[in-house]
Design a protein. Structure first.
Length: 217
């Protein structure tokens, strides 16, 4: 969310459309003049805003001298792989948020404990390691459906490998986990939605013909 007295909308430097800031990624220049993602929108200096989509960031990177040079009104250093860097930062932010769910007591791990939590009715989300066996995933999904959980009411997260979950949670062999109701869980799910939106094509309509729009400016 924008800080107090800050605009709630900004213009995407690729599509030139005015977009709510929570659907944009802010970029700044570091002391060496390198283009740097500012996901928390807190770093000092002039910002350039890009629609929070991998396609939009890749389009900005492709025409980087024009998009970022124009936005920052100076020469910039643009290292390759900017979109991948943003993705990595979003993954890190999501896993950090997941770690906080454990510290807040809003997470249970292990198939049996997840199944019991589902019976208790306090689960607001399921997490499966990307390599989790389909049989286990199906059984827990069926348990959720049996409790009249909906896709929106009980989202399923399958974005992370077991090794990533292990590191975030300080445990070994995490395959299945359940998020319990609470602010930490909601924050994690928010980070997941941002990552999923960044990786999807949901913002492509907004940046359609983005390269052409940049070329015509």
């Amino acid at each position: 969310m924008p800080r107090k007295n800050e605009p709630t909308e900004r213009r995407c430097a690729v599509s030139r459309s005015v977009v709510p800031v929570d659907r944009l990624i802010r970029f700044v220049l570091d002391p060496e003049g390198r283009v740097t993602p500012d996901l928390k929108r807190k770093l000092p200096g002039r910002g350039v805003w890009i629609t929070a989509s991998r396609a939009a960031v890749e389009a900005a990177e492709k025409d980087g001298k024009k998009v970022f040079g124009r936005g920052f009104k100076s020469d910039v250093k643009l290292e390759p792989g900017l979109a991948g860097n943003v993705d990595d930062l979003m993954v890190r932010a999501a896993l950090q948020a997941l770690s906080l769910t454990r510290k807040a007591g809003e997470l249970v791990t292990g198939f049996s404990k997840v199944e019991a939590a589902l019976r208790g009715g306090s689960v607001i989300g399921l997490i499966h390691a990307s390599e989790a066996a389909d049989d286990g995933v199906r059984k827990l999904s069926a348990a959720a459906l049996g409790l009249e959980k909906t896709a929106n009411g009980c989202p399923v997260v399958r974005l992370f490998e077991s090794a990533q979950l292990d590191l975030a949670l300080g445990r070994s062999n995490v395959i299945h986990a359940a998020l319990l109701a609470g602010s930490a869980s909601e924050n994690f799910l928010s980070r997941v939605r941002e990552l999923e939106a960044f990786r999807s094509n949901s913002a492509l309509e907004e940046i359609s013909n983005a390269a052409g729009a940049v070329a015509q400016d």
